[in-house]
Design a protein. Structure first.
Length: 396
């Protein structure tokens, strides 16, 4: 059987270009190519193996796994002791902007940015359909291996791709749980408070790529509890974005009452997307009364590019205004200059790195485009009334 698995791994690797690893009792046996890595390994997480439970139900069914770092894997358990792990791959290319946002949102080590960029550029990109069929191919190749292969189930031809993919993925998520980085939840709160529905939804997808917590023995009750927790932090984020507390809490109550009336998982799945849409919409309604659409567009552009060089001309070009006119309009509506707004937002976001990462102050300063560490310390103290070192020490 050993030679059969090795031959299968070679066939799959050369046919798809994906790395394949073979594990027995949780220990790596063989890897193609040798020494393949993942974002978790690059970030110091050690082994790439997921702590999967024993396969339940039918044998040789691919499990589709996402990580908090936008990677996708395919896991196929051959028997109670052995499994194959194929991947990683991506659902879409990792752009420089997307990488910077991930580093910012998860407070990842800034010094690893070049290595992460090189790593993501090397990965295969596959949409949901291709991802699904890569799993089916691995299932097909494995059906001739081991005693479990005789009982392997072939999904009916009319079983929809999306349905199979989602059911398999959700089944895994309900059995496995890994806390998403707390900084990701902070990031989604910041985006909701800014009324940014598009990027809020993307961060939520990153969080949900990891398995959900098991919060009750009954899957429906467990998901309801998880959604109520999501509703709670979204409510607070909307309030911080300017939505009146009574309005935000009333909306939260309405969502929770609707959740409690649901009897199936399928009825509960859309709630998080709907909540993000509604809470960000309420924030935008408040902001519309406070700031013009042009100023809000400039704010969104700035906050999406805080770790990149920013200048007045670039921002003005994005909102189709003369730079001097935009500068005056921004100061008139917000009470602070564009330059001051950029500095303040960079300091606010840098606090996540100071608190949750081991990045040095020099690395954080360079990442957020400060000319030097001393300049970063000076600006940080201006807005936070303490030095970055004092801020970090109070959380140790």
């Amino acid at each position: 059987m050993v030679s059969d698995i090795s031959r299968l791994m070679r066939t799959y690797h050369y046919a798809t270009g994906l790395a394949v690893e073979w594990y027995e009792d949780g220990a790596p046996v063989q890897s193609l190519p040798f020494g393949s890595v993942s974002a978790g390994v690059l970030l110091g997480g050690g082994t790439k193996l997921f702590a999967l439970p024993p396969q339940e139900g039918e044998a040789l069914l691919a499990q589709y796994i996402g990580t908090p770092y936008r990677e996708r894997f395919i896991c196929l358990r051959l028997n109670e002791r052995e499994l194959l792990l194929a991947g990683p791959l991506l659902s879409e290319p990792m752009t420089e902007t997307a990488l910077l946002r991930m580093i910012r949102g998860s407070a990842l080590p800034i010094r690893l940015r070049p290595a992460l960029a090189e790593y993501y550029a090397s990965l295969t990109v596959a949409d949901d359909n291709k991802y699904y069929y890569l799993g089916k191919l691995l299932e097909t190749l494995c059906r001739g291996i081991g005693p479990a292969a005789q009982d392997a189930r072939v999904p009916p031809a009319d079983e929809g791709i999306r349905k199979s993919y989602f059911e398999n993925t959700y089944g895994y998520r309900m059995k496995q749980f890994q806390h998403p980085p707390y900084a990701l939840e902070q990031e989604i709160c910041r985006l909701i408070a800014n009324g940014d529905q598009e990027h809020s939804a993307k961060i939520l997808a990153e969080i949900n790529a990891a398995p959900r917590a098991l919060l009750a023995a009954d899957p429906v009750r467990s998901l309801k509890n998880s959604l109520i927790a999501s509703c709670t932090f979204m409510t607070r984020a909307a309030i911080s974005g300017g939505v009146p507390p009574d309005e935000a809490f009333t909306l939260s109550d309405a969502f929770i009452q609707r959740m409690e009336a649901c009897a199936t998982l399928e009825q509960l799945f859309p709630f998080e997307g709907e909540m993000i849409g509604e809470f960000t919409s309420r924030v935008n309604q408040v902001c519309s009364a406070r700031y013009s659409q042009t100023v809000r567009q400039a704010m969104t552009y700035i906050e999406n590019h805080l770790s990149e060089p920013l200048c007045l001309e670039e921002i003005a070009e994005h909102v189709y205004l003369n730079p001097h006119y935009l500068s005056g309009l921004f100061k008139k509506e917000t009470g602070e200059s564009l330059f001051s707004y950029i500095q303040r937002k960079r300091v606010e976001e840098s606090k996540s790195f100071i608190r949750y990462s081991k990045s040095t102050f020099a690395e954080i300063a360079a990442f957020y485009q400060f000319c030097s560490q001393s300049h970063f310390v000076e600006v940080f103290k201006k807005y936070e009334h303490m030095t970055p070192g004092a801020y970090r020490n109070q959380y140790r």
